[in-house]
Write a protein that binds this ligand. Sequence first.
Ligand code: PLP
Length: 413
Amino acid sequence: MSEYILARGNGRNIPHEDKIFGISNRAKAMIAEKGADKVINATIGSLLDDNGDLVVLSSVDEVFKHLSPRDYADYAPIGGIAPFKEAVQKAAFGVHQPKGFTEAVATPGGTGSLRNVISNYSDGGDKVLTSDWHWAPYNTIAGEIGRSIATFEFFTAERKFNTESFRAKVNELLAEQESLVIIMNTPAHNPTGYSLTLEDWDNVVEVLTEASDCGKAIALVVDAAYIDFAGDEEEYRRFLPKLENLPENVISIVAYSLSKTYTLYGTRCGAMICVAKTKEIAEEFKRVCEYSSRGSWSNSAKVAQVILSRIYGDPGLLERVNEERAHYRDMLIARGRAFEEAAHEAGLETVPFDAGFFISIPCDNPDAISAKLEKQGLFIVPLAKGLRVSVASISEERCKILPAMIKAAMDEA
Ligand code: PLP
């Protein structure tokens, strides 16, 4: 019997409360009861300063405050305003623009890009491939449009990218279905903080080149939500030209987000940008994705499109934005390093980590361990295969004390 009263389940299992927001609410309740100094809320997916306040780039905020009503009140075209489509490609690719045919379509955040890729490059009932450690909303986004997520093992026992598992899953799914969407969240993957190395990328390109011999359509999505928080902007974009080596029936699509990179989370702005071998494939991309936008959210909000266009239209302003972001990125990287060092000292194993908002700890009973830690005032997120700590939302000092607390709770369990 369905648990729904009037609503239709449509194969979905909809919980009564979003897990992460639920934990965060419990953390807030404990802060209200016992005081902020008694609680560590390491669940939040936004960058907070050491006082727990949201980091907002003042250079971006300044642009916001000088907008005219026409900049935010008017509709934008379905695919986005022209200067945005140009600016967002510069923002995504930097100096490493791949050769090939590129098109950008504005979307409400990276989430909108993921939705449009899945709806246009897979068939109903298909499986979409990503790593076993992954951002849980991929399941929701796929499930909402009648697809599901399949996974490959992200890491080998030697803590390296698991090319063989990736190869096996790609070939298995291509034998079963007519097309395949693959989501690769890198650099600074959520929830592990892993960044694919250039060698990992060579392996991915090789696997997909071989697999493409079947002639089916493959869409490789680079979920780049955290691209400017891993380290040097250009260094972490060096993998991009590798995408141009992929064959014609493999389209690469960068799911770009302004949420973290420009601290514009709430304006819901991003873009899907394709790298295609032919003009026809790029034009098809634009046509089908704009059509899907029309049928889901219509046009995306104009405000952040104007903001990005202004930033890229003024080199001095762009420099200020990049410098300001680099300052906070260094803060985030220092937190990650502090956590890693303290984990090493405490004998706490983490999943391979490079940089970014999150670090994960593998364990067998994540729910029980996180419940135990909640009682001590430490709030982290239990995942299927372990625990996720948001170093984006806690100070470096707190990053130093968490590993020992987590290790003690794991030992007791
Ligand atoms: N991909 C990953 C891995 C994320 O963690 C997020 C946000 O948390 C997104 C994509 C998309 O974010 P938005 O829709 O706000 O751009």
